[in-house]
Design a protein around this ligand. Structure first.
Ligand code: NAP
Length: 253
């Protein structure tokens, strides 16, 4: 029956950036569907862990800076040690820096590329090797952006990294599909989190953004729960390399 294909009972997921915002909501969504979860962030994702444990699922908290050497190994090894395997990877952790293109610093370029792009490549590579070793498939879900499709303003490293996420999603899908591994991405629209707080605090920007969203509201982190469960479950087993926008209609406009 189709609804049974949406269940994630006893699947093991790794979610990066699970301490707050979109990553927190997606980790809880996966647990609501039955998964146990490794929660990765710089600060301990204790609140996320408590919510997941209240659902009767297991969660471990890993504090790691994804930009630091060694973090990738720690995440994968701790997951295998605790749960014995891994089935789902959600590459969600991301940062943004804002400044006009002509003033944008090399540090703001490197910091963003290291977290949003380089760590996504390295963690996906390490988890894909585990999937291939386990030889029963797996799911990689990358968090892209409207700026995977559009140029944006004042965010050059963010736009570059999120455009790379969409391209890399396709490349990984091509190489990993023969191993029964699905690689897809989610492109959230404008979601109310810490990442977008400066936009909401700027009255003119906030008004312009809201007027352009057909749904007429900012998205909430919970708006991403359904799509992440779908891409993590058996119902999406013939989807490879696609980036799904969940954007209140922003791209359709
Ligand atoms: P957020 O509220 O700022 O949360 C970011 C999360 O990533 C936090 O849990 C943070 O950990 C973690 N993180 C950041 N840098 C890290 C690092 N070096 N190592 C480990 N963890 C790190 O952001 P969000 O809005 O939920 O965004 C989540 C993802 O969605 C990002 O990839 C973002 O680019 C993307 N996105 C967001 C929007 C939006 O409108 N909000 C739209 C499109 C795409 P700590 O909590 O410990 O700091």
């Amino acid at each position: 029956m189709i609804l049974e294909q949406f269940r994630l009972d006893d699947k093991i997921a790794i979610v990066t950036g699970a301490n707050r915002g979109i990553g927190q909501a997606m980790a809880i969504g996966l647990a609501e569907a039955g998964a146990d979860v490794t929660l990765v962030s710089r600060n301990p994702a204790d609140a996320t862990q408590q919510t997941i444990e209240k659902l009767g699922r297991k969660a471990i908290v890993i504090c790691a800076d994804l930009a630091s050497p060694g973090s990738i190994e720690t995440i994968v090894n701790s997951t295998i040690k605790k749960f014995g395997r891994v089935d789902i990877l959600v590459n969600n952790a991301g940062i943004i820096r804002r400044a006009p293109f002509t003033e944008f610093s090399e540090k703001d370029w490197d910091d963003v590329i290291n977290v949003n792009q380089r760590s996504l490549f390295l963690l996906s590579q390490a988890v894909a090797k585990e999937f291939i070793k386990q030889s029963d498939g797996g799911k990689i879900i990358n968090i892209a952006s409207m700026l995977s499709f559009q140029g944006g303003v004042f965010v050059p490293s963010y736009t570059a990294s999120k455009s790379a996420v969409m391209g890399l999603t396709r490349l990984m899908a091509n190489e990993l599909a023969p191993h029964n591994i699905n690689v897809n991405a989610i492109a959230p629209g404008y979601i109310a989190t810490d990442n977008t707080a400066p936009l909401r605090q700027d009255a003119a920007r906030n008004k312009a953004i809201l007027e352009r969203i057909p749904a007429g509201r900012w998205g909430q982190p919970e708006d991403l729960k359904g799509i992440v469960v779908f891409l993590a479950c058996a119902a999406s087993s013939y989807m490879h390399g696609y980036t799904v926008a969940v954007d209140g209609g922003w791209l359709a406009r």
